[in-house]
Design a protein around this ligand. Structure first.
Ligand code: 4AD
Ligand code: MG
Length: 477
């Protein structure tokens, strides 16, 4: 008999024929009621065991965590909380579990504890829901770009370049670290390394995506990126996934339009296709909020917040306007910011971004035209000579969710920047080439995938929206 998935069982008619389901026992009550979950939905199927006609030994093995195969007839349920239940006629224990030792007891566990058992946490309602939402958002990303005629382009993971110029890279090498070959000058001799040069894990696929945009018109990357920044925050990972569209003949305003449309599209897709999981997360969010002091609580529920995003335009504000607002703000004057905003040119910290979004505008904000000094070398210089065509999208509760810009397509201006910032032009010869052969205005942005998942699921810590988080001092599993 073919196995039915629990999600399909709930959507099917009761026709009194026998079905087969397989999954894991969440709980087993009164030697009679199995709550069965197979991952296809957050909802457990209640399965009623005929304990009088079931072997003692089998009954003993139906324990929390065990994998079972159950045959039976689907009937209307008399119990409250479920519409249907399975009247079990055959039980096969596929995999036993010791209920005494099983780390996931049927009770509330802390998120910190669950991180220590990341191999088991998808078996909880919470992490099952988060991972299904993660999948659905990823699917929506591909669907959006496919509908818009973008091509999925794969940038390399191993690269010689540092796209963001921040020097926060993980080295890739197979040199013997106990016996590193040296050049005559005493430097590491990378010519003897696997690739014959120094390489690292990519911090961004943007530069490669730019080369593709100059051929295919509209492309996007969606892959893992790596940053060796030592920030132990609730919004930083050393390994995270980024979505980076890149578009020829698109300038900054249109870049902002597309970013906003894209974010709304994937949020709407999740709302439409992950209703049950989001309702569960919405309830959890409300409970979490209740445990916070009133002043720290968010005004809106989770689903309400997601709908608010769909229904309102993101507020577009120039960096210069933002600095004026911040300078004049109460927390700045009262010394409440860790980093006081003194003058134009200051880099914005997440406390400033969150003030703008959560306290001042109370809606998502797109900041644009940043000082050239605080942004990457590839951003297009404005005519004022001081600012670049950058844009960051800031979200409530998260801060920066997107970073993007119009790119510097003029060879002479780009080369001046490369010189000024000491960018390795030998390494980036191929990037510079694109400005020599048919250069054209183009733009793009990067959406941090885990940050948008945090927003959609309402999870406070980024470590809880990726299966196996990589953070400083932690690469378990
Ligand atoms: O602002 P960033 O550094 O921009 C870039 O990498 C550009 N190359 C993107 C582009 O224009 N194609 O990173 C983009 C986004 C951030 O806004 C943030 O959402 C996310 O990536 N991000 C991180 N997410 C988790 N952990 C980290 N350490 C992150 N660093 C950046
Ligand atoms: Mg950024």
């Amino acid at each position: 008999m073919k196995r039915s998935k629990v999600v399909d069982v709930f959507n099917s008619e009761i026709n009194h024929t026998e079905i087969l389901v397989k999954g894991w026992v969440r709980t087993f009550r009164s030697n009679r009621f199995i709550a069965l979950n197979d991952g296809s939905t957050i909802n457990n199927l209640q399965c009623v065991v005929d304990f009088e006609n079931t072997k003692e030994d089998t009954l003993k093995k139906i324990a929390t965590g065990a994998a079972v195969s159950l045959k039976g007839v689907l009937v209307e349920s008399s119990g409250k909380g479920q519409s249907v239940e399975l009247k079990v006629s055959e039980i096969i224990i596929l995999g036993e579990s010791d209920p005494e030792k099983y780390p996931l007891q049927p009770k509330k566990h802390s998120l910190e504890f669950l991180r220590e058992i990341a191999h088991l946490r998808p078996r909880t309602n919470l992490f099952g829901a988060i991972m299904r939402v993660r999948h659905t958002l990823a699917f929506a990303v591909h669907q959006y770009f496919n509908e818009k005629g973008f091509f999925y382009y794969n940038a390399p993971i191993v690269t010689g370049s540092d796209a963001e110029g921040a020097g926060e890279m993980f080295q890739v090498t197979n040199l013997n670290l106990k016996d590193i070959p040296k050049t005559e000058e005493g430097n590491v001799d990378f010519s003897q390394d696997f690739f014959g040069k120094a390489t690292n894990l990519t911090v961004s696929g943007q530069l490669e995506a730019e080369t593709a945009a100059m051929a295919l018109g509209q492309v996007y990357t969606f892959g893992p990126t790596f940053r060796a920044e030592n920030s132990n925050t609730s919004r930083h990972l050393a390994e995270f996934w980024m979505i980076e569209p890149e578009m020829a003949f698109v300038e900054l305003d249109e870049n902002m339009d597309i970013a906003e449309e894209f974010i709304k599209y994937i949020i709407k897709y999740a709302l439409d296709h992950r209703k049950e999981d989001l309702e569960f997360l919405d309830q959890r969010f409300a409970q979490e909020e209740k445990t916070k002091p009133t002043k720290d609580r968010q005004d809106m529920g989770l689903i309400e917040k997601l709908n608010f995003i769909l229904d309102n335009n993101f507020k577009r504000v120039s960096y210069t306007e933002a600095i004026d607002i911040l300078k004049a703000s109460k927390p700045n004057k009262k010394g409440k910011f860790k980093y006081k905003i003194e003058e134009w040119g200051a880099d914005l910290q997440s406390e400033h971004e969150r003030f703008l979004v959560e306290k001042h505008f109370k809606q998502p904000v797109i900041l644009f035209d940043y000082p050239a000094k605080i942004k990457a070398f590839y951003m297009r210089l404005n005519d004022d000579g001081n600012t670049v065509r950058a844009m960051d999208i800031l979200f409530p509760g998260i801060g920066e969710i997107v970073g993007g810009s119009q790119r510097e397509e003029r060879l002479d201006v780009l080369m001046q920047k490369v010189e000024e910032l000491g960018v390795d032009k030998e390494e980036l010869w191929w990037y510079i080439d694109t400005r020599k052969y048919g250069t054209a205005p183009h733009s793009g942005f990067g959406l941090g995938f885990e940050r948008i998942i945090q927003f959609v699921t309402g999870m406070g810590n980024i470590r809880d929206v990726i299966p196996f988080p990589r953070t400083p001092q932690n690469a378990e599993f």
